[in-house]
Ligand binder design. Structure first.
Ligand SMILES: NC(=O)c1ccc[n+]([C@@H]2O[C@H](COP(=O)([O-])OP(=O)(O)OC[C@H]3O[C@@H](n4cnc5c(N)ncnc54)[C@H](O)[C@@H]3O)[C@@H](O)[C@H]2O)c1
Length: 332
């Protein structure tokens, strides 16, 4: 089997905890370079995982190398610059979420990848969590009938995440909604379609940080459905979503293997428990999908346009809160 030769750009927490150990075990990939602005960090991870690869402090060094793809795992404000140069050098791109910090930069990434004819996949990996993937499958099969709405709750403890740069606590790259809420915003969009407008209520309740840790977002969709999203950085860990239509109701829990379906008309009866496919991990599934898209010339399920739309909806929620009004996301 042909392996995809790749460079990892950004050797921080997510590279160490998820990407390198997952990619290293996959026969589909060969890590040939680790890049970090702090090259000592790249060397540290090379040694930790006993990788036979080069290390660099400047991503430009990999542009001329025999490398098929790059994984961009830096804080978001560096994503577009690196992605555009890598696309121009003919490398396929896997870029972590949030796609960028502005829509203009995200659009430039999409255009550069299209012009160069390379794949651009955004790391909104909740679409690969089996329970959430199952919800999408059931919706596509018509279990819910005409979609009416969704409600999601996503609470995490950001303070335990071992980020090297702590970028998530800065205006440029963070905030609970921007950094974590984008995962659920993306899921809701995947289930219900394009968002017409949003209303955001975005607060900082923890006195030790200056960016948002609590966000409630109300969304109206082009198809008439409505949804709300609650995101909190605190001590609790909750990762749940409910989607309903005129044919039934689905509850999925991203932390437990739990997908419950209640068909229309069922009263006082336990919901039907549906098994989600147990795979190795959502990251493994996500990276496998990226590999298949490259090898089979397919469009990634979270391509640049999808990443752009999720960013657009997320930023619109912040704008809504600043202005105190609904903000239109999609005019068409
Ligand atoms: N999908 C997920 O489950 C998930 C989980 C955690 C983080 N993330 C995303 O991954 C990205 C990285 O997060 P993290 O927590 O690992 O951050 P981090 O701060 O721990 O690491 C970022 C690394 O990038 C390096 N870096 C910064 N600028 C660079 C540049 N121009 N060139 C090369 N290296 C550079 C830094 O030195 C640092 O080592 C973010 O976009 C974050 O939102 C995704």
């Amino acid at each position: 089997m042909k392996k995809i030769k790749l460079a990892i750009i950004g050797c921080g927490a997510v590279a160490e905890v998820f990407h390198i150990p997952t990619l290293q075990r996959m026969p589909e990939f060969e890590i040939v370079a680790l890049v970090d602005a702090n090259e000592e960090r790249a060397k540290e991870l090379k040694n930790k995982y006993s990788l036979n690869c080069e290390t660099f402090s400047d991503y430009k060094k990999v542009l001329s190398k025999d490398i098929d793809a790059v994984f961009i795992l830096t804080p978001p404000k560096f994503h577009s610059q690196i992605a555009i140069e890598c696309a121009e050098a003919g490398k396929h791109i896997f870029c972590e979420k949030p796609m960028e910090t502005s829509l203009e930069k995200a659009k430039d990434m999409v255009e550069a990848s299209e012009k160069a004819g390379v794949k651009l996949m955004v790391g909104l990996n909740f679409r690969f969590i089996p329970q959430f993937k199952k919800v999408h499958e059931l919706i596509e099969k018509g279990f819910l009938g005409h979609l009416i709405g969704a409600s999601s709750t996503f609470f995490t403890n950001a303070s335990v995440w071992p980020s090297k740069s702590k970028f998530q606590y800065s205006r440029e790259g963070g905030g609970a909604l921007f950094e974590m809420g984008c995962h659920h915003m993306d899921l809701i969009r995947w289930y219900l379609g394009d968002i017409r407008n949003v209303f955001g209520n975005i607060k900082t309740l923890n006195k030790d940080i200056t960016i948002d840790d609590t966000a409630n977002v109300y969304m109206e969709f082009k198809n008439g459905a409505a949804a709300n999203l609650a995101v909190v950085w605190g001590d609790l860990s909750i990762n749940e979503i409910r989607v309903y239509g005129d044919g039934g109701f689905i509850y999925a829990n991203g932390s437990k293997n739990e997908v419950l379906f209640t068909p229309k008309g069922v009263v006082a009866q336990a919901p039907i428990r549906i098994k989600a496919d147990k795979k190795i991990s959502a990251y493994h599934e996500e990276f496998r999908h990226f590999f298949e898209c490259i090898m089979e010339d397919r469009t990634p399920v979270v391509n640049g346009t999808e990443g752009y739309k999720t960013l657009e909806s997320t930023l619109a929620a912040y704008e809504s809160y600043e202005k105190g009004i609904f903000v239109e996301v999609t005019k068409k």
